[in-house]
Design a binder for this molecule. Sequence first.
Ligand code: NAG
Ligand code: NAG
Ligand code: NAG
Ligand code: NAG
Ligand code: NAG
Ligand code: NAG
Ligand code: NAG
Ligand code: NAG
Ligand code: NAG
Ligand code: NAG
Ligand code: NAG
Length: 563
Amino acid sequence: MSKLVLFLMLSVAGISAENGSFINLNNSSGDVTLGNSLFNITFHKNGKAQSVYKNNVNLIDNISKNSQTWYLDWDGGKGYFHPSKYEVIEDSSEKVHFRFIQEASLGNLNIEFHLVVLSNVSGLYQYIKVSNPTNATIGLGEFRTVYRFDHNLMPKVTNIVESGITPNLTGRPTIQDTTWQLADGTYWSKYDFCGYIRETPWFGVYGGGFGGWIISASREYHSGGPLKQDLLVHHDSLMANYFHSGHFGTPGLEAPPGWSKFYGPYLVYINTGSEKQVREGVAKQALIEQARWPYSWLVDKEYPQTRGSVYGEVEGQTKAMVVVYSSIEQEFDLQTLGYLYHEETDVNGRFIINNIRPGSYQIVAYPLAGQASENVARKNISIIAGENQNIGSLFLPEPTNILWSLGETNRKSSEYRYSDEHRSFYWHFVPPANQTFTIGSSRVDKDWYYAQTRTPGTWSIAYNDKFDNKNRTLRVAFAAASKSSVSDPALTAAIDIEVNGHQVGHFAYENDKTIYRDALQSGNFHPEKMTVPARQIVNGQNVISFNLLRGMVMYDAISLASE
Ligand SMILES: *[C@@H]1O[C@H](CO)[C@@H](O)[C@H](O)[C@H]1NC(C)=O
Ligand SMILES: *[C@@H]1O[C@H](CO)[C@@H](O)[C@H](O)[C@H]1NC(C)=O
Ligand SMILES: *[C@@H]1O[C@H](CO)[C@@H](O)[C@H](O)[C@H]1NC(C)=O
Ligand SMILES: *[C@@H]1O[C@H](CO)[C@@H](O)[C@H](O)[C@H]1NC(C)=O
Ligand SMILES: *[C@@H]1O[C@H](CO)[C@@H](O)[C@H](O)[C@H]1NC(C)=O
Ligand SMILES: *[C@@H]1O[C@H](CO)[C@@H](O)[C@H](O)[C@H]1NC(C)=O
Ligand SMILES: *[C@@H]1O[C@H](CO)[C@@H](O)[C@H](O)[C@H]1NC(C)=O
Ligand SMILES: *[C@@H]1O[C@H](CO)[C@@H](O)[C@H](O)[C@H]1NC(C)=O
Ligand SMILES: *[C@@H]1O[C@H](CO)[C@@H](O)[C@H](O)[C@H]1NC(C)=O
Ligand SMILES: *[C@@H]1O[C@H](CO)[C@@H](O)[C@H](O)[C@H]1NC(C)=O
Ligand SMILES: *[C@@H]1O[C@H](CO)[C@@H](O)[C@H](O)[C@H]1NC(C)=O
């Protein structure tokens, strides 16, 4: 037997003998390498990655010298995590566990950034424990982790809904923040690849035989509600995990004294294969991660292993969204401080929500059909570890005597024209400034657009009615309201609503930063209900006008009811 063959055999034997997780901490440089036989990653003591090896290829080669990667930051890169301590918590062949710690100081939260590698998973689990032991409220505009990959190696990004390769942006004019106009007149924006985060169990960067992904087995720790949207992947082979942000209408975090929260764990997963194989592989791994949630390998009293569940039913409008959330001092869709769970009802209005951390919550139901856009049913509940509680029924009554309607309420623009297009800066230029929709002959999917975007401009609804001495109820639910562009100094959207020339409503809304950032379906929700006095209804054609005064509005549902 030649020396070479013997050497190869020993090497192969060496690899399998070494199977299992490992961690090497270099006490003099502060570098830490952790991994298993499937991958390994080296972090510098500043909490940023130096190399990510898979099959002998460094997936972050050629970026880590000039840009940062695999880091935790906040306030859009204005505040970087600066760990002052690090520690190996566990070093066994089944699991290695390491943490970086940034200790609280005046104006700074206590942050522990945990890294875990299991013996047989090709990826790094991360979770972040944050607390405010100071006596002052501490604000963070956004809070996220960011992962860049070698763009030459892995040029593609996907948010599941859509995939793409960054076009050549060199020399292209910037239209607004990270939005460029291309030579063919189309646009490229980092907001093109945003998504509804709670509908996105995985997303990431791929190509060149590799994939790098974030798999979130649970989204319980993210801000906002079921319709929270955020950045997921960018140009330049970047993916980000936003725990909260001011994107798409949600507020930043204002952490009061004594507050703490457990973000994660999520898996940064690395796989290999063709583009199809890596995408199918991550989808499969996401199901495996979901089945393992809550993760039994995570032993921490702030991560309860024994969860509770609730079930019940929604009556009246049975097609509904049910939300369970803990920071009830905040509205559920604007929450930042706690944990949130959601499920849609089944066809009979029944729901069950599993895997809820024990504690105090509010359960909220809102309609996903019908015309009662203003309806919200609530109960305060306690979740008890190991128990499945029946919380009874939540009631969402439907209005009667609906004369006509455009769309049904679901807090989205989903029935209207262009709402089902891919996210792009382009769409908000397309709807007309002025138009009339005629009840009986116009079509909601063709003649009513997802958003009214141009001022001065009036959209009208013409319908036939007769004076019968009865008031009417006009419901107009807005799915979003934004200023006209990122540079618009107005900061609000405003609209007047008239019936036959008589004002029945005037509304102004704070900018939710959605319509000019490619959102086509939703932002902050504003249900409005107006009385139209009987005397203003005429025999024959009546006209309801929506005069856009400032900014842009997106429509959910509009209806007119008689008494
Ligand atoms: C050890 O790792 C190698 C490479 O990933 C794999 O092929 C082999 O099946 C593993 N062996 C065991 C005992 O897990
Ligand atoms: C590094 O430091 C840790 C903690 O002080 C110690 O347990 C470990 O043995 C050191 N490792 C080396 C290789 O010196
Ligand atoms: C540890 O870090 C020091 C300083 O950067 C370096 O000289 C040394 O080679 C490293 N040790 C190992 C085992 O990588
Ligand atoms: C990391 O993986 C690469 C191959 O992918 C290997 O060359 C390197 O030795 C590994 N690092 C450690 C510390 O095991
Ligand atoms: C990084 O750049 C160097 C020099 O251009 C090149 O040799 C190397 O292959 C690149 N690495 C990857 C992973 O593309
Ligand atoms: C990894 O190991 C765990 C614990 O031994 C086991 O439950 C799991 O099925 C293994 N996963 C894979 C992908 O082999
Ligand atoms: C908060 O703590 C700081 C520093 O310990 C102290 O100077 C300040 O008086 C405290 N403020 C309040 C309102 O307790
Ligand atoms: C990108 O566009 C610039 C400006 O048109 C051009 O100079 C450059 O060669 C292009 N780069 C590639 C890789 O095509
Ligand atoms: C839930 O509890 C909060 C705080 O005690 C209270 O303000 C609120 O009215 C309660 N809501 C319901 C629906 O009972
Ligand atoms: C829309 O109507 C308003 C008011 O009648 C008018 O000022 C404006 O020019 C119209 N816009 C277009 C694009 O026709
Ligand atoms: C109709 O609306 C007016 C207010 O616009 C109100 O004063 C009146 O009571 C309403 N009539 C009925 C029958 O509800």
